[in-house]
Design a binder for this molecule. Structure first.
Ligand code: GRG
Ligand code: ZN
Length: 327
């Protein structure tokens, strides 16, 4: 029931139009504004921000508008002697930024600049006895970190460095009776956590352990009247859930359980049509994070003119193919 990348002009007119040029301009302008208020507040997140912005540019077909050598050199300066990456130069290493670094390098086909042994040892060293993962040396455990470890090591072809069976067992122990997943065993189901758990299970070939109909039911109930998706029952819709929820529905083959056209319309309604960028819901202020999730969600729905994104690796399909077909 998805739109095809060659959908007729009449279908696109009915739902509204994605302002591709404006969004490209917006992302490039955010990248340049390194010392305004927002950038300072976001300083610790810069490596994440770079991943969001650059992946969006790639899906929009404009990755060549950035200076690749400059970005790669900056990413490598964010690496800590432990092998992990910080959110910016001189910041403490964390799983979150380590995945972003690997993803940014993958976008540019520059994985080879990494000391793969060192990075993968850092990640593998954060696995706990019960199969779970900590985010950094301080020990917080969350299924986000299970996903990050599995996704990162898969990209580096180093999954054999961890105990995958235990990692999968831990993730499955975080599934609730409502079909959704939480951040630790018994924690409330949340859409973001579903992406992490379903993504990690997909990457490790373990989705057969999941009751797809029950999970699909929880996921499709996230669509509200406006067409947008929320992250938990009774919450407001938000463009970022177009990614967190939709990616899961695709991974378990249940994307036809929601109204795709209404979701496309909701995302398009969140665009700043004058200055570019996408917000969490109509008429709010735009940011790079929601611009990424809006564009990535539209890509999952096969909106015309966008490159396809892989729902498990959160990278363009052509990048994922390059990683796994050439090796
Ligand atoms: C490569 C895409 C990608 C991700 C890396 C960091 C990570 C792995 C995943 C994060 C998953 C997650 C927990 C996402 C949820 C983020 C979010 C919008 C949280 C807000 O939660 P609430 O409860 O908001 O404050 P609601 O919408 O419920 O009011
Ligand atoms: Zn959001």
């Amino acid at each position: 029931h998805s739109l095809s990348r060659q959908s007729p002009v009449s279908t696109i007119r009915r739902m509204g139009e994605l302002k591709i040029e404006k969004h490209v301009k917006y992302i490039l302008s955010v990248e340049k504004r390194k010392d305004d208020f927002v950038s300072v507040v976001m300083e610790h997140l810069r490596l994440n921000g770079a991943y969001w912005g650059l992946t969006t540019l790639d899906i929009l077909g404009k990755l060549d508008a950035v200076d690749q050598d400059e970005v790669v050199s900056w990413v490598m300066q964010c690496q800590h002697e432990s092998g992990g990456f910080g959110g910016n130069i001189g910041h403490d290493p964390h799983m979150l930024y380590t995945l972003s670094a690997i993803q940014v390098l993958a976008l540019f086909d520059k994985i080879e600049v990494l000391d793969i042994e060192k990075v993968s040892n850092y990640i593998a060293g954060l696995q706990n006895d019960d199969g779970s993962f900590s985010g950094d040396m301080w020990g917080e455990v969350d299924t986000r970190f299970s996903y990050i470890a599995i996704c990162s090591l898969a990209i580096l072809h180093q999954l054999d460095k961890i105990n995958v069976e235990r990692a999968v067992k831990y993730i499955l122990s975080c599934q609730n009776l409502d079909g959704g997943f939480g951040c630790t065993p018994g924690a409330e189901s949340h859409a973001g956590q579903n992406f992490c758990c379903v993504g990690a299970l997909a990457i490790t070939g373990s989705l057969h352990h999941v009751d797809k109909d029950l999970l699909g039911w929880w996921l499709c109930e996230r669509q509200v009247k406006s067409g947008g998706l929320n992250g938990r029952p009774e919450k407001l819709p938000d463009v970022c859930y177009s990614w967190w929820v939709l990616s899961c529905l695709i991974m378990i083959d249940r994307v036809h359980w929601i109204d795709n056209e209404k979701l496309v319309k909701f995302i398009l309604d969140c665009q700043d049509k004058e200055n570019g960028g996408i917000s969490d819901r109509p008429d709010d202020a735009v940011d790079v994070f929601h611009t990424y999730f809006g564009v990535a969600g539209l890509s999952l729905l096969e909106y015309p003119g966008l490159k396809a994104i892989d729902p498990a690796y959160a990278l363009p399909v052509e990048v994922v193919d390059r990683i796994f077909v050439s090796k």
